[in-house]
Design a protein around this ligand. Sequence first.
Ligand SMILES: Nc1ncnc2c1ncn2[C@@H]1O[C@H](COP(=O)(O)OP(=O)(O)O)[C@@H](O)[C@H]1O
Ligand SMILES: [Mg+2]
Length: 358
Amino acid sequence: MASVKLSNLRKVFGAVEAVAGIDLDIPNGEFVALLGPSGCGKTTTLRMIAGLEVPTSGSIHIGDQDVTTLQPRDRDVAMVFQDYALYPHMTIDDNIGYPLKVRGVSKAERSERVRDAAENLQIGNLLDRRPGQLSGGQQQRTAVARAVVHRAQVYLFDEPLSNLDAKLRLEARAFLKHLQREVGVTGIYVTHDQSEAMALADRIVIMNAGRIMQTGTPLEIYRRPANTFVATFIGNPPMNLLPCRYDKAERAIIIDEKFSIKADAFSLPASITDTKLSLGVRPEHIHIETTASPDAIEAQLYVVQPLGSESLIMVRVGEHLLSVRTFGDEVPDLPPRVWLRPDYARAFFYNSEGDLVS
Ligand SMILES: Nc1ncnc2c1ncn2[C@@H]1O[C@H](COP(=O)(O)OP(=O)(O)O)[C@@H](O)[C@H]1O
Ligand SMILES: [Mg+2]
């Protein structure tokens, strides 16, 4: 196990700046998720760490060693690719055991460790088959088993569960987290799936267009998104953003040029100079009421979606559609006109650049 340090890491493909100079410190034993939309540079970052792509500039350290220009085989990393990359002529047993074989692990120990990894991933009964005789999901689990069967310094995962169906995905996710907790490996896990990143990672790195948007524990990011990109990327449904205006003289927040709410209700910094803002509030932090009251925002009911353990209520404020979440399996019976009372202490403001005002 070892730490990983990326310094001003950059990769340009022709006219495309895939990774635009990122800095990241991953301590020994931490499991980090790189999370972001398709094309934001996650795979390219991972491939540079593995040694499969040469950085345009910047450096990569594993432990104390500068590995920036080392061959993949000279870096002690294990990687699970998005497209599995199994050896078609070998059995599943030999595929999983291959990293142990090339390291000279005895046949008896190999066999035990292969069986252990395969059983944990529910492919223990498929060891005699060849990759061509397996479903996509089974091949993917073989690739995960092959990566975790030998102890590398750093484990790299590129969307390893993306081809599994929902149930297997949850099981494989739990296994990976359990393994990580037990062995304490340093891991970098690439995904575009926020719930996977939230569930697995000690820390999430949110990327967009080759840049890091925010780094923090899953709950730090969920509770305090640093900008509107993160606010609307994390959370399902995402944070509501309602354009508003700050009236400094009145010390009030004006929504839709209609509702004025005293700024004292918010944890709004006194130093604020921007006037054009967005009010950010999570769907679960809005209370919905059927009668008018001061500080409550009038809204029109749009639709109620019962989801079993919760209901998702969509409402309109002027031209803006907001979501409100209520918990429990009682579906609220609401009139066409409702009033919203955000938990103002948990609301955020973003400036016109999209950055958190704090
Ligand atoms: N080998 C390559 N040649 C040219 N462009 C590439 C290559 N690999 C990736 N890119 C481009 O770099 C950007 C980042 O890609 P990638 O790292 O695969 O993103 P992600 O894994 O986040 O979906 C994309 O615009 C992609 O088209
Ligand atoms: Mg990718």
